[in-house]
Structure formats: structure tokens, C-alpha cells
Design a protein around this ligand. Structure first.
Ligand code: SAM
Ligand code: SF4
Length: 471
């Protein structure tokens, strides 16, 4: 039987696209391979948002070239943002690649998979939804959780972005906003629930700017509808833009019991002149107002953000303003980046800040952010938190990594728990014994199949349903 291996880099939009590719491959009769070496088709779904993401993708292609040499019949496919950006030059840089599909060509990739299919021979291979999703994702982050990918589903609600922040490549490689019809989104959510998803994340570059073209339903309406789907466990959404955060959405977030209590609202920096140069469409005062609105309806939620340092023109005073805002906000988590010039974006042409200054500011920013993160994690010590399995910990495969609904990583010894048990009951109740900056550690005290199960299965009962051991 033909098999496919999909490696995903970058944001949740790419994860959603990889899920689409896996679905199309499965419909064409492919099994999902455990690794690139055993696959007939290897797909790399690339990112180009920063220079190091681009270098990583070319590095990975060069590694995979050896597999092509060993088996010239194997297809090596590149898709995603780098394929879109480098569509004219990639064939010169990586001539061994069989095909490239830009961000707007995913349907063509599905067609190509169907066309290649007859070239491969058939064996008897498990084609269950679970086996098809295994190996779908590239295994980034803090766990190696491919076998558990089915418990989390990313559903795209819009493609592209029309905001044109002056540092960002996304509108150039993914095109302008294109909101999907509501009925199509709901169908995809329902299909993910049937496949066993416990957590649905609605994704879009400015997800809260969603508007259904036909009915004018807005993002709050969409969230309300999705949260009410039969069988849905938990719901989250990424990434919101401050400009589009409305009192209506704040009220909806405060009212729905099955929303994940985590709000990701990138601020990027804490200085008005820099926000203006970034074309972010809000001031620091407006960001503060949005946060006040959020805190009024969701007082216990985690607030997380993205930040860029050393953007062209950023002075020490601008940077000090960012540090002060971060101290004030006490973000529960922040993704921090040194500005990386992207070809074709306005800021790439402006005078650049030396890399050493960027590095120094990143280190100082991280120290400030850490204070907020520790303050958010500390109260979890001594409490039992419910967290969704991610898989064995990357650093120690005898431990499980899981994520709480407010997006904190928890690591706990697997003990005798088996893979099958955790797949059937993917919510782990973890008694937290220590809080660190990257997350918490603890002990698994119970398992639950559904988030709202009030009587989870105690861990002591596990020996009676033993199947496959994790290791
Ligand atoms: N659409 C989201 C928003 O508006 O916040 C973010 C999308 S972007 C893929 C994720 C993050 O990457 C951004 O929030 C920004 O912090 C960072 N980023 C984007 N372009 C960058 C660049 N050229 N250099 C450094 N960081 C960048
Ligand atoms: Fe990029 Fe700005 Fe659009 Fe986010 S809102 S994807 S940062 S252009």
C-alpha cells in the first residue's frame, strides 16, 4: 500500500493544512508512515515567517535528498509558505524535489496524491482514522506526540491576511483574507469530533476578524455555534488581533463554559511609534483597554502574547516601554522573537538594528516575561489540574507531556500507564508538585475520557485494562 509522511513546521494554519493533506491522502488510499524513510511520499509543510524557519526547511530538504537517492521512486513534495515564496527559485536550490505546492495549491496536491497512487503497490495496512493521523505532524514542541495528534484538531476559519504588518510575510505568501462559509467550518468540526478530537482550535491569522460572507455572522457567533456542537469537549481559538476584539466577543468568552481559558492576543511591542511603524492598527492605550474588557469577563484566564524586539527604529526607550508593558500585563506565556527581515516586506528595506542588540534585548525581555510566567504557574502547585495528553515527553520517554486548558505544559511519569489507556482516556488529572518557567511537573492521579467526567477512572485501576506499554 502507498504511504505518506507529512512533516509540519510553523503555525497552526500549517497544522490545519497538514490535516487536510492527511485526509485527502487517506481518501486516495494512503496509509500514514511512521517516518520519512518508510514512506512513498514525503511532504514537508514549510514556514517562512522568519529566516531561521526558511533555513531549517532547506536543511531538512537536503537531509531528505539521501532518501531520494536510495529510492528514486519516492516522491519528495514541498508545500506551505516557503513553496509559495520560492516557487521560482526552489527548483534551482533543491532540484531533487518532485513537486511544490503553494499555500493556495493544496487542492492540487490532493489531486496529485490521487494520481500517484496507482504507482504504488498494495499490502494489507490498517486504515483507521487513528492510524491515518499518526505521524501527521512534525513532532515539534515539548513532546513526541504523533500517536495522539487525533485528540487535537485545528480547523481553519479563514485563509490569508489583509493587515500587512510591515514586518510580516504572511499576506505575501497566503494572500488576502478569505473567510470560509460557516456551514463548511461546522462540517469540519463535526468530522474532527467523530475522529475523536477532544479539543478543537479554530485558527486564522486574525481569527476574531472572521465574518461569514453570506450571513454576516461574526466570530462571536461562530464560537457560540461551534461550542454547542454535539460531542464537543473543549474549544479554543488562535490568533486574535487586538483591533478586532469586541465587547460582544468578550461577553461570549465569559459566558461559554467549554471554552479553553486562554486568550492569545499578540501585542508585539509596548511603544506607540514602533506599533505605528509596524502598522499594527492599535496604540498601547487601546491594547490596555482591550485587556481591561477581557479581564472584566474572563478574570481567571491566561493571557498570552507575541513580541518582536529590535524592529527597525526601536530605541532603548521604546524597548524600555515594552518591558514596562510586559511587567504590567504579567503575561502567562509569550512567544518572543528578534525581528527577522523578510524579502518583499517594507521593514526589510529600513535601517536594521545590529543582531547583538537584538539578542541582548531578547534576553532582557525573557527575564521580564519569566516573572509573569512564574506567577501564573505557582498557584498550581498542590492542586490537581486536568490536562490533555500530548504524548511521551521529548526529553524523557518514560514521562507523559500534557497541556492544561490554559496552555501550561505538565510533565508526569507514565508509570505503568499504557498508550491504549491514554488514547481512550486522554485527559490526565495531574497533581502538580513543582512549577517552573516552561511548565509544571507532577503525578498522574486519574484519567478521564471526557473533560467534564466527574468520576474519572482512578489510575490504580489501570492494570485491569492493560494493552500496549508506552516505551
Ligand atoms: N497573525 C498573528 C498576529 O497578528 O499576531 C501572528 C502571525 S505570525 C505567523 C506569528 C508571530 O511571528 C507574530 O505575531 C510575530 O510576533 C512573529 N513574526 C512575524 N513576522 C516576523 C518577523 N519578520 N520577524 C520576527 N518575528 C516575526
Ligand atoms: Fe502578519 Fe500582521 Fe497579518 Fe498577523 S496580522 S498575519 S502579523 S500581517
Amino acid at each position: 500500500m502507498a504511504s505518506i509522511y507529512i512533516e509540519t513546521y510553523g503555525c497552526q494554519m500549517n497544522e490545519a493544512d497538514s490535516q487536510y493533506i492527511a485526509d485527502r491522502a487517506s481518501a486516495s488510499g494512503y496509509a500514514i508512515a511512521a517516518d520519512a524513510a518508510s514512506a512513498n511520499v514525503v511532504v514537508i509543510n514549510t514556514c517562512t515567517v522568519r529566516d531561521n524557519a526558511e533555513k531549517r526547511a532547506y536543511g531538512r530538504m537536503a537531509q531528505l535528498r539521501a532518501l531520494k537517492i536510495a529510492d528514486p521512486g519516492r516522491k519528495l513534495v514541498v508545500c506551505g509558505c516557503l513553496a509559495e515564496q520560492d516557487r521560482d527559485v526552489m527548483i534551482g536550490k533543491a532540484p531533487y524535489v518532485d513537486a511544490m505546492f503553494g499555500t493556495r495549491d493544496l487542492a492540487r496536491l490532493g489531486d496529485a496524491l490521487a494520481a500517484w497512487r496507482p504507482e504504488f503497490s498494495d499490502d494489507d495496512v490498517d486504515l483507521t482514522a487513528e492510524s491515518l493521523l499518526r505521524g501527521t505532524f512534525g513532532g515539534h514542541g515539548d513532546c513526541v506526540g504523533d500517536a495522539y495528534a487525533h485528540v487535537r484538531a485545528f480547523v481553519n476559519v479563514q485563509r490569508g491576511c489583509s493587515y500587512y504588518c510591515t514586518y510580516c510575510i504572511v499576506p505575501h505568501v497566503r494572500g488576502r483574507f478569505d473567510n470560509r462559509p460557516l456551514a463548511e467550518i461546522i462540517r469540519e468540526v463535526d468530522a474532527a469530533i467523530v475522529r475523536g478530537a477532544r479539543e478543537i482550535t479554530l485558527v486564522g491569522q486574525t481569527v476574531n476578524a472572521y465574518r461569514e460572507p453570506a450571513t454576516n455572522a461574526d466570530f462571536a457567533d461562530l464560537v457560540e455555534l461551534v461550542a454547542a456542537r454535539p460531542g464537543i469537549d473543549r474549544l479554543g481559538f488562535l490568533t486574535s488581533h487586538p483591533k478586532d476584539y469586541t465587547p460582544k466577543l468578550a461577553a461570549t468568552m465569559g459566558a461559554l463554559p467549554n471554552l479553553n481559558p486562554r486568550f492569545h492576543l499578540p501585542v508585539q511591542c509596548g511603544s506607540d511609534p514602533i506599533l505605528r511603524r509596524m502598522n499594527r492598527k492599535y496604540t498601547v492605550a487601546q491594547y490596555r483597554e482591550k485587556i481591561a474588557l477581557f479581564r472584566a469577563t474572563c478574570p481567571d484566564w491566561a493571557l498570552t502574547t507575541d513580541l518582536i524586539v529590535a524592529f527597525p527604529g526601536e530605541t532603548e526607550d521604546d524597548f524600555a516601554a515594552t518591558l514596562a508593558l510586559c511587567d504590567e500585563m504579567a503575561f502567562a506565556q509569550a512567544f518572543m522573537f528578534v525581528y527577522s527581515p523578510r524579502r518583499g516586506t517594507p521593514a526589510a528595506l529600513w535601517e536594521q538594528i545590529p543582531p547583538a542588540t537584538g539578542h541582548d534585548r531578547l534576553v532582557r525581555l525573557a527575564a521580564t516575561i519569566d516573572r509573569g510566567v512564574r506567577a501564573f504557574h505557582a498557584p498550581k502547585v498542590g492542586r490537581t489540574v486536568r490536562a490533555l495528553i500530548q504524548g511521551p515527553s521529548r526529553k524523557d520517554r518514560t514521562k507523559f507531556a500534557a497541556k492544561t486548558t490554559d496552555n501550561v505544559t505538565v510533565i508526569a511519569p507514565a508509570g505503568d500507564l499504557t498508550e491504549s489507556q491514554v488514547r481512550m482516556s486522554p485527559w490526565l488529572d495531574v497533581r502538580v508538585d513543582a512549577a517552573l518557567t516552561w511548565g509544571c511537573t507532577g503525578e498522574i492521579v486519574a484519567l478521564a475520557s471526557r473533560f467534564d467526567d466527574v468520576t474519572p477512572q482512578p489510575v490504580d485501576a489501570r492494570a485491569t485494562i492493560d494493552l500496549v506499554t508506552v516505551r
